[in-house]
Design a binder for this molecule. Structure first.
Ligand code: SF4
Ligand code: SF4
Length: 92
């Protein structure tokens, strides 16, 4: 039995966010420390950590990435990020 309250769903059948989204999270990749807090708190489960090469092209670090097809712009991720690597911006 799995622990936690993660709800699994078929992402292909999930409703995509429309153009009504008022705000969106802008990710400041250089600030992200890969702690995963935004991943745990996002109510849409649309953030994941991906391994990316650092500026020296050798070190590999976890960086948060948002799937904007499903992000609803709620701002939870920005409010829980400990290093302010996520800034909410107005959608155009
Ligand atoms: S704004 Fe809300 S839905 Fe979008 S990535 Fe952040 S927590 Fe998830
Ligand atoms: S909470 Fe902030 S620092 Fe942590 S993974 Fe998300 S964006 Fe990166």
């Amino acid at each position: 039995m799995e622990k936690g309250a993660v709800i699994k769903y078929d992402a292909l059948k999930a409703p995509r966010t429309g153009n009504w989204r008022y705000l969106y999270p802008e990710m400041k990749k250089e600030k992200c420390i890969g702690c995963g807090r935004c991943v745990s708190f996002c109510p849409e489960a649309c953030i994941e950590l991906r391994k990316e090469k650092g500026s020296d092209n050798k070190t590999v670090k976890n960086k948060a990435r948002v799937d904007y097809d499903f992000c609803k712009g709620c701002g939870v991720c920005a409010s829980v990020c400990p290093v302010r690597a996520i800034i909410m911006k107005k959608s155009e």
